[in-house]
Design a protein around this ligand. Structure first.
Ligand SMILES: Cc1cc2nc3c(=O)[nH]c(=O)nc-3n(C[C@H](O)[C@H](O)[C@H](O)COP(=O)(O)OP(=O)(O)OC[C@H]3O[C@@H](n4cnc5c(N)ncnc54)[C@H](O)[C@@H]3O)c2cc1C
Length: 336
């Protein structure tokens, strides 16, 4: 018998620490439990969650919240240089990264310290410091709530993009496990992004190991981002917008110091943090909630905010940014 809890607080299940109630809550510990659950509750409104570090609850959830707690890691050697690693959805992402480094498996070190669980990693194709999940991804096993079947989604099936995938659009696809290709020899070190090289130079590290990269990434992140265990937040609230050449030219004419990165001939990425800061929101404190002091992309709950307080703040930011720059910011966080 599965243990369904009623009127259950989700405060511990979302990194914004929003105190909302799920009408029903269940933890799934095996694939069989997941299949049985769907058979017995086809018509229920369900929300599947991992660590809750990319969710903003704006209300009590009037349905069934399913916490995925599938555990397990297995490694298969492909050849001298590479191994295949299959990880169940309920494993903690950062613990997995550390485990890989301890076991001399390379590829995830730039993704150190990203909160949340493995099953959510493909949902927005998590990325940081020049690496995205798709760079090491082989496939994932998915349970389709519609067909009630387990299916394999290969790299191309997932339609990964910048903080995007097929799973963002199709909420019936529940990720059960993911399989990645990691190096076990001659690791490809990626240190060119976000100040990693500068930090390595400061430390006088000339030939960094995957452990060095992870340490440096953790140091940079700890300096820049608020720890959700201390201040409620869900990391970057907005995506960095991508604009075309016509738009970038207009922006350059009107804001001569606007930062941007060329992606290709007709697309340019603009740091949303700069847009928000220039719109006057950096460090704005509204008592129970606000915009973080040093990282304006991060909205924070100082303790007693409601999800709708934070949602309203995000809408005001969008409005001002749109007025000033004629750019529609897209949220990265899943608003429920
Ligand atoms: C301080 C901080 C820093 C962060 N930094 C980064 C960063 O550098 N890069 C980055 O990409 N993200 C970052 N994030 C966002 C977040 O950590 C990631 O998106 C992470 O993958 C979310 O995992 P989770 O288990 O907490 O997902 P949840 O918040 O539980 O869920 C997120 C979404 O995925 C869905 N979902 C969860 N599990 C499954 C599943 N098994 N199958 C189908 N759907 C599922 C949920 O319904 C929801 O829509 C950061 C967050 C915080 C708080």
């Amino acid at each position: 018998m599965m243990d369904v809890k009623e009127n259950y607080s989700l405060k511990k299940y979302n990194s914004f620490n929003i105190d909302v109630i799920a009408k029903e809550f269940i933890q799934i510990n095996s694939i069989k439990e997941l299949i049985d659950l769907q058979k017995n509750s086809k018509n229920k409104n369900k929300l599947f969650i991992g660590g809750g570090s990319n969710i903003l609850f704006t209300n009590n959830f009037e349905g069934l919240v399913v916490h995925i707690n599938l555990k397990g890691i297995s490694v298969k050697k492909i050849n001298e240089n590479f191994s295949e690693i299959k990880v169940m959805s309920g494993e903690n992402w950062n613990e997995l990264v550390n485990w890989c480094i301890e076991n001399n498996l390379g590829g995830l070190e730039n993704l150190s310290l990203i909160p949340g669980n493995v099953g959510a990693a493909p949902i927005q194709n998590i990325g940081a410091y020049g690496v995205e999940l798709k760079d090491v991804f082989i496939s994932c096993e998915v349970y389709d709530l519609n067909t009630e079947k387990l299916t394999i989604y290969n790299l191309n099936d997932c339609k990964f993009g910048y903080r995007d995938s097929i799973f963002k659009k199709n909420k019936n696809l529940i990720v059960v496990s993911i399989t990645m290709k990691l190096s076990s020899k001659n690791h490809k070190i990626n240190s060119s992004y976000g100040g990693i090289n500068d930090e390595l130079k400061n430390l006088n590290i000339k030939e960094p190991t995957i452990k060095d990269i992870s340490n440096v990434v953790c140091d940079i992140r700890n300096k820049k981002l608020p720890n959700p265990n201390k201040i409620g937040n869900a990391g970057s609230f907005f995506k960095n917008p991508i604009v075309n050449s016509k738009k970038i030219n207009w922006l350059k004419e009107n804001f001569n110091n606007i930062p941007f990165y060329k992606i290709d001939e007709n697309s340019y990425k603009i740091p949303a943090a700069w847009l928000i800061e220039t719109s006057g929101f950096k460090g704005k404190d509204f008592g129970n909630f606000g915009v973080h002091k040093t990282q304006p992309l991060v909205l924070v709950n100082y303790g007693k905010a409601s999800g709708s307080d934070i949602n309203k703040l995000s809408l005001s930011i969008k409005e001002v940014v749109n007025k000033l720059f004629k750019i529609e910011l897209e949220t990265e966080v899943n608003i429920i």
